[in-house]
Design a protein around this ligand. Structure first.
Ligand SMILES: Cc1ncc(COP(=O)(O)O)c(C=O)c1O
Length: 461
């Protein structure tokens, strides 16, 4: 039976849903800091500067040319480049999926060979396939115990590149994802330094740092970032390196705000500019552009303070979890692949092993009833991203939610059987489930709750 939708004036299902979600005041431990409920403890209301509608159709002399800027866009991009120590930076308003396509197009020439980390985002796989590149895959060779997370070892990468060279099919471009959602950070400058010293001939690298923009603002992570390669460029001036940042994932930017940064030979910025012209929509979003500009100003002033505050909140959370009955210190999981010199763990990510109180999926759902949004769970663990939109209040709410869930679990585990002195009757059908004198054990209690949740009337008489 088909359902028919009748068009009526004023029916706005998407708008309604988004408004409803906005009014739910959800703390999002996933992404998009600007969308998480509340103000920043460091900068106040991050939406202040972006609340106006900044759409406009002007270009050229009244504004600037998005693709070949010489005025205000160029000025803002240069400020961003300085902040990230890049030779040049390019604003993208179609998300990092587009930024990745542009980066690959800028580095690749027809007929060349590319080595792609299999853990790369789909945008990399689709684009390398659609340009007809000769793609070799770097398969992960490191796995966590439960198989939920994987990574590549340095030796595996080096051996793969050297054996391609030895077989006369040297790799022209290497594509790696350096910073994963779950918090794995590869030491890119260290890896490149070792590859060069080992005699690897590849000179073009594209590093997807979609989740890593904030990592440029803290001394514990900045040395691991793709743009931090000045000594390497002095030794090997023929290296070209591009990285992409999903600014909306970790800064106060609008969704789809992304930046391409590059370092290397003098022709590289022009190649990126041309690739951007070929691939990007010809109608860039000005509100997104404005948010990228606002983000560079904010990160120049408060970047270090924001990164430091996220770390303070992680400490508060870890201390809080360690005091919760049933969770404790052992529930915090942060040292993934820590025996590998080139793998570090993002201090703003926390994985919580929730097996003592439920499965990852169950806990994620229970948290959403407490106004907490977590997206990723791996078996019995849930990933929390302490991005810059997370404030003290969000962490307290998350800890309270965990306390409540584990208290309920505790009660369930210590449920004492009772002897009923009544009939307990679900209606419909009105047939007693429990008779006076029956023992109500945990299974029976769960069954009664299940009926209640299913909407049945439970009568005790
Ligand atoms: C590693 C990585 N690269 C690229 C992207 C694509 O970013 P966007 O959603 O901005 O297109 C994602 C998205 O999750 C990602 O995780």
């Amino acid at each position: 039976m088909g359902t028919s939708i009748i068009n009526k004036a004023g029916v706005t299902p998407v708008l309604n849903k988004l408004k409803e979600l906005r009014h739910k005041n959800i703390y999002s431990f996933h992404a998009l800091p600007i969308s998480s409920y509340g103000n920043s403890d460091v900068v106040g209301n991050p939406r202040d500067k972006l609340s106006e509608c900044l759409e406009s159709s002007v270009t050229g002399e009244l504004f600037d040319n998005f693709f070949f800027p010489t005025g205000i866009i160029s000025e803002s991009q240069t400020l961003t480049a300085k902040l990230y120590k890049a030779d040049a930076s390019f604003y993208i308003t179609g998300g990092t999926s587009i930024a990745n396509q542009i980066a690959i197009t800028a580095l690749y020439e027809k007929g060349q060979r590319i080595l792609v980390d299999r853990n790369c985002h789909q945008s990399v796989h689709f684009h390398t396939q659609s340009i007809g590149a000769d793609v070799n895959y770097l398969c992960p060779d490191l796995y966590t115990e439960d198989g939920g997370l994987s990574a590549w070892s340095y030796n595996h990468l080096e051996q793969t590149l050297l054996s391609m060279q030895q077989s006369g099919k040297a790799c022209d471009v290497v594509i790696l994802t350096a910073q994963s959602y779950e918090g794995i950070i590869y030491d890119i400058p260290g890896v490149l330094e070792r590859l060069m010293a080992a005699g690897v001939s590849t000179r073009r690298f594209f590093i997807d740092e979609a989740w890593g923009s904030l990592n440029y603002f803290s001394d514990d992570t900045q040395p691991l970032t793709a743009m931090n390669i000045s000594p390497l460029l002095e030794k090997y001036p023929d290296i070209d390196i591009i990285c992409t940042h999903s600014s909306h994932k970790s800064l106060f930017c609008l969704r789809q705000a992304s930046v391409i940064h590059c370092r290397g030979t003098t022709t590289l910025p022009r190649k990126i500019e041309t690739a951007k012209y070929r691939i990007h929509t010809t109608s860039p979003s000005y509100p997104i552009l404005a948010s990228l500009d606002a983000a560079q100003a904010m990160m120049t002033e408060y970047g270090k303070a924001l990164a430091a505050h996220s770390r303070t909140l992680v400490e508060k959370f870890i201390t809080g979890i360690s005091l919760i009955n049933g969770l404790g210190d052992d529930a915090i999981y942060r040292g993934i692949f820590s025996s590998q010199w080139h793998i570090h763990y993002d201090p703003t990510k926390v994985i919580v092993d929730v097996s003592s109180i439920g499965t990852g999926a169950e806990i994620k759902n229970m948290l959403s009833e407490e106004k907490i949004y977590a997206k990723r769970f791996i078996n019995n663990s849930v990933v929390f991203n302490f991005h810059i939109g997370i404030n003290n209040e969000a962490v307290s709410t998350l800890l309270k939610a965990f306390e409540k869930i584990s208290l309920n679990k505790n009660k369930e585990n210590h449920f004492e059987s009772l002897i009923s002195d009544k009939f307990i009757i679900p209606y419909p059908p009105g047939v007693p489930l429990v008779f006076p004198g029956d023992i109500i054990n945990k299974e029976l209690k769960d069954k009664i709750n299940k009926f209640r949740k299913a909407g049945l009337l439970i009568i005790s008489a």
